[in-house]
Design a protein around this ligand. Structure first.
Ligand SMILES: Nc1ncnc2[nH]cnc12
Ligand SMILES: [Mn+2]
Length: 565
């Protein structure tokens, strides 16, 4: 809410006490890289003074601390935190993240615009400022069955919502290059405004064309060379460190004093266990400074550069006229928040408790066909088999070709060769599709794991070496309204219910953390070698990330952009 100009001016001049004063600290100025001693005076949600002594009706002592602008996660799917937006707020804001720019395409792929409305409603109630980019690819391609379809006109109707920035990641980059009419209609509708990108491995003239179409950011760069080309061609590069996509090591060498105005930080998909064990953007800042990235460059990417890249002129600096998004730190290299203000409000337990809940949506969203072991038979007479090769810490996969000799017209998993079956079961009640393929890299020796978090169409995906356990896990997901399940020998070993659209829990984030630990332990007990098996599982179904994926409609050769089996 805008403060009266007379209050801003009188409090900024020190003629009357400010509403709140942070006393005795020093401000890290991200333009010059210098620190400015003095109080910070705040009127409502706005900073009105720095670098001087102020009186305040309320005074917080921050002596000995350094104040930096609140952190901005420039691209994430809050659904991937596995908790509701208000629980995400309570989990992450105390770590210094005061703005989250989300793309609700996960829930939108399950329940359509109602899912976007749910996030827009939540954004009016959180302590942090949740901004929304409107989901551009629901479904991500025509090679999958989603629970909903969103065309340009539905997005245009939401365009002027105060929490909306622009169009979310244009993942259908082949559709841009092939000038798909539906894709061009969305680009046209948001032309001249903010359009996020998603163009993994795209380079050269095709990248030129993709950017010329008005697309401004990239978070899918997974190498310094790829990121450099995209920076040089005018994109803002968002360095991503999620629970599966971990690009910080590869990309942070590019982050310097010179490039930091054009680079930002994001998480894309990060679950509560990783947030608890390592952190969120604070983890990225801590790690990068530990690697020798200049301190102002790291904090600039986390705040000022992000604000400017997304047109958020009211934030990104601790300076008069800016939103009072402030993080107080004892040690810039440690980046452990001692105090966080979001819009002038302390991110305290009381502030989180005072928020009004948002009614959950997407209940009862799993409407899958009944399945049995026979549903997951792989019938074929040809030994040559396309196999999805998992790359740990990446959502890119390899397109492997293996000899899997059929026995009696059927191909089986072969744990000795790390060959498991993977199946996708359509669960939106549309067609009951079931596709079966093979995957290498989970290390699974027994049983099965399954999930309704299955980017981005969020059907049921199951990986297993026992078809009966795959059927048990998939059936259990229908019973618990979606989530994660580990099953072996006819028994469910561990599970996490995600009843909000089959994507988010209604439990506190601490409970979800604990359940994830049990699930990871149960999966490890079956031989799984991946650090983050469930998010890795969730991405083998995403047909806009090279190279071989599987949807409910079959195996997808992403480079050829076609279903191959
Ligand atoms: N959740 C997601 N959806 C689409 N593309 C992604 N790339 C990384 N995370 C993604
Ligand atoms: Mn994304």
């Amino acid at each position: 809410m805008a403060q009266p100009l007379s209050d801003l001016i009188a409090q900024g001049r020190g003629l009357v006490p400010a509403d709140l004063v942070l006393r005795g600290g020093q401000v890290l100025d991200l333009v010059t890289g210098e620190t400015i001693p003095g109080d910070v005076a705040i009127c409502g949600d706005t900073i009105v003074g720095i670098g001087a002594a102020y009186e305040g009706r309320e005074v917080l002592d921050v002596s000995g601390l350094t104040l930096v602008p609140g952190f901005i996660d420039t691209h994430l799917h809050i659904e991937s935190s596995l908790v509701t937006p208000l629980e995400f707020d309570r989990c992450v804001c105390p770590r210094g993240v005061t703005t989250a720019i989300c793309d609700p395409h996960e829930i939108a792929n399950v329940i359509g615009v109602e899912g976007i409305d749910y996030f827009l409603e939540a954004a009016t109630r959180t302590v942090m400022d949740i901004r929304v980019n409107l989901s551009s690819c629901v479904p991500s391609t025509e090679m999958e069955t989603a629970g909903a379809r969103i065309e340009a006109e539905a997005l245009v109707a939401l365009k002027d919502h105060p929490q909306v920035i622009g169009l979310a990641e244009m993942m259908n980059y082949p559709g841009v290059l092939m000038q798909d009419p539906g894709v061009l209609a969305k680009l046209e509708a948001f032309r001249g405004g903010h359009i996020d990108g998603h163009a993994p491995l795209l380079s050269g003239k095709d990248l030129n064309a993709y950017i010329a179409a008005g697309i401004r950011t990239e978070h899918e760069a997974t190498s310094a060379a790829e990121a450099r080309e995209k920076l040089q061609k005018g994109m803002r590069v968002l360095i991503r460190e999620g629970s599966v996509s971990k690009d910080m090591v590869a990309l942070s060498p590019l982050l310097s004093e010179r490039t930091s105005p054009y680079m930002c930080l994001c998480t894309d998909d990060r679950n509560p266990l990783d947030i608890a064990e390592q952190g969120h953007l604070d983890h990225m800042i801590r790690w990068m400074i530990g690697q020798g990235i200049p301190v102002p460059a790291a904090y600039r990417a986390a705040s000022l550069s992000a604000a400017e890249a997304f047109g958020l002129k009211d934030r990104g600096q601790i300076a008069p006229g800016k939103r009072a998004d402030i993080v107080a730190l004892e040690d810039l290299a440690e980046c452990r928040a001692r105090l966080v203000l979001a819009g002038g409000r302390v991110a305290s337990a009381e502030a989180f408790a005072a928020r009004e809940e948002v009614a959950p949506v997407g209940r009862g969203s799993v409407r899958a066909p009944k399945v049995t072991a026979a549903s997951f038979r792989a019938t074929s007479n040809a030994a040559e088999t396309h196999v999805i090769g998992i790359l740990p810490g990446k959502i890119l996969t390899e397109h492997l070709i293996e000899e899997v000799p059929p026995e009696g017209g059927e191909k089986r998993a072969d744990p000795g060769r790390d060959l498991a079956k993977v199946a996708v079961v359509e669960r939106h009640g549309r067609n009951g599709n079931i596709a079966v393929g093979f995957v290498r890299g989970f290390g699974l020796q027994r049983g099965a794991i399954a999930s309704t978090v299955c980017h981005d169409h969020h059907n049921i995906v199951a990986v297993g070496v026992s078809e009966a356990d795959m059927a048990l896990a998939a059936t259990r997901l229908s019973e618990i309204e979606g989530g994660f399940v580990v099953a072996e020998g006819g028994t469910v070993l561990a599970e996490l219910a995600l009843p909000v659209a089959g994507l988010m829990s209604l439990e506190p984030f601490e409970t979800v953390e604990a359940r994830l630990k049990d699930l990871r332990a149960a999966a490890k007990g079956l031989g799984v070698v991946l650090d983050e098996p469930f998010l890795q599982l969730a991405f083998i179904a995403l047909p806009v990330i090279p190279a071989l994926k599987i949807t409910d409609r079959g195996l997808v050769d992403v480079e050829a952009f076609e279903i191959i089996g």
